[in-house]
Ligand binder design. Structure first.
Ligand SMILES: C[S@@+](CC[C@H](N)C(=O)[O-])C[C@H]1O[C@@H](n2cnc3c(N)ncnc32)[C@H](O)[C@@H]1O
Length: 406
């Protein structure tokens, strides 16, 4: 019996409940005690799974993560629930009732799609991963909406589905023969490095695009660093961030907006639509500085934000926007600039001492300085907080000191 099958027995489930909050430091003692009453293999499987569940909390929240099953690669590669729910909501709004989730992994997206009321065919070629996806559908009471199939997606007929969703493997995931001996224990980290070449995705992006073009609607999840030139003319491209961190890009097909570009910020969602504005001009440093959200920058929508706040760039190659007036926008974080200095650590140290700044946030664009090293050198001390931007102003290395707008 493999680890997952062991964990799905009544004894396995009970043991999983018992070890759920085990701290890493206590694992050995807990394992020794439990091995008196349970098979060693089951004890290791349960402790390993508990560790994976703890790692999955950040993506799925404590309640779902505490009921779901994971593999190390599965946790790493799955979509976080907030992003999956947003995308599923968009597909639902587009009238999708049946979707083929091609490359379902442990089911992160399939779960969100089913929760949006969409019937899902969830396909993964890795036997253990498919089994975990099936266990997750059952654990969350969604088995009636999710059919899991162990197959190569390139051999699946998607005719009859309203939409396809593809989330290709971008890191060294489980390979075809790796299923035997594969594990649901949390000991190892996901193997392999990130794959940046979209043709090295599994399946390749060109296959996913070809499949998307044949479906009534489609969404392809891709790495946010994807070059804009790779986006097909028929697709709408959306960059998504959550809590200020860029999570992914999505190529949408069949939304009626080919060529559109948008940046969506979660929670919210707040969506900024591209209007094809030319690059914003450079202007002198004003009283305020706006740092656009990462999704806005990746989507190349800094000009749209600059227009919204009535500002210009500090430097033609750097995505900091400066203005004379404070205008709130959800798409950028605003700061009031109190000081401007040429880059000089001694001067910064003296200024921070004079202002009694003990909490220094270092932000940088267009500077090679390491924030930690700078903080070590200036040794901030005192009750006040400040932010320093290490950047270039009209080509010159510059430090702008400020504080976030309320
Ligand atoms: C990025 S993960 C999917 C994560 C999933 N969306 C989630 O949120 O949990 C990609 C998955 O694609 C699977 N995969 C890669 N190539 C495949 C192929 N040709 N056919 C079926 N599955 C494949 C891998 O086994 C892996 O589980």
């Amino acid at each position: 019996m493999n680890d997952l099958a062991l964990l799905l027995t009544p004894e396995g489930r009970a043991l999983l409940d018992e070890v759920r909050d085990t701290e890493p430091a206590r694992e050995l003692a807990v394992a020794t005690r439990l091995r008196r009453d349970h098979p060693a293999e089951l004890v290791s499987a349960a402790l390993g799974q508990a560790r994976l569940r703890q790692r999955a909390v950040a993506k799925f929240g404590p309640e779902d993560a505490g009921r779901m099953f994971f593999t190390p690669n599965g946790v790493e590669q799955s979509t976080r629930a907030s992003v999956a729910a947003y995308r599923a909501g968009r597909l639902k709004e587009l009238g999708v009732a049946r979707v083929a989730d091609l490359c379902c992994g442990i089911g992160g997206d399939a779960i969100a799609l089913a929760r949006a009321g969409i019937r899902v065919l969830a396909v993964d070629r890795d036997p253990l991963t498919a089994a975990v996806a099936r266990a997750n559908a059952e654990a969350l009471g969604l088995a009636g909406l999710i059919e899991v199939r162990e197959a190569d997606v390139t051999e699946v007929d998607t005719a009859g589905y309203d939409a396809v969703f593809v989330d290709p493997a971008r890191r060294g995931g489980p390979s075809r023969g790796a299923a035997r001996g594969a594990s649901v224990r949390g000991g190892g980290r996901a193997t392999g490095g990130r794959v940046f070449d979209p043709e090295a995705y599994s399946p390749p992006l060109s296959w996913a695009i070809g499949t998307a073009l044949q479906a009534p609607r489609a969404a392809l999840k891709i790495a946010p660093g994807i070059p804009h030139e790779v986006v097909p003319a028929a697709a709408e491209a959306e960059w998504i961030s959550d809590g200020g961190d860029v999570k992914e890009a999505v190529l949408w097909f069949g939304t009626g907006a080919p060529g559109a570009v948008r940046a969506t910020l979660l929670p919210g969602p707040r969506t900024l639509l591209g209007r094809g504005l030319p690059d914003p001009g450079v202007r002198p440093v004003g009283r305020y500085l706006y740092e656009p959200d990462g999704a806005v920058i990746r989507a190349h929508l800094v000009a749209e934000v600059a227009e919204e706040v009535g500002g210009g760039l500090l430097d033609p190659t750097i995505a900091y926007v400066t203005t004379d007036e404070a205008r709130p926008t959800p798409y950028a974080t605003g700061y009031e600039i109190t000081d401007r200095l040429p880059f000089n650590v001694k001067k910064l140290k003296a200024l921070l001492r004079e202002r009694e700044v003990g909490t220094l946030t270092v932000k940088k664009r267009g500077s090679a300085v390491e924030p930690e090293e700078l903080r070590r050198k200036v040794r901030p001390q005192g009750p006040n907080a400040a932010t320093v931007f290490l950047t270039r102003v009209a080509g010159a290395p510059t430090m702008l000191i400020g504080r976030p707008l309320g």
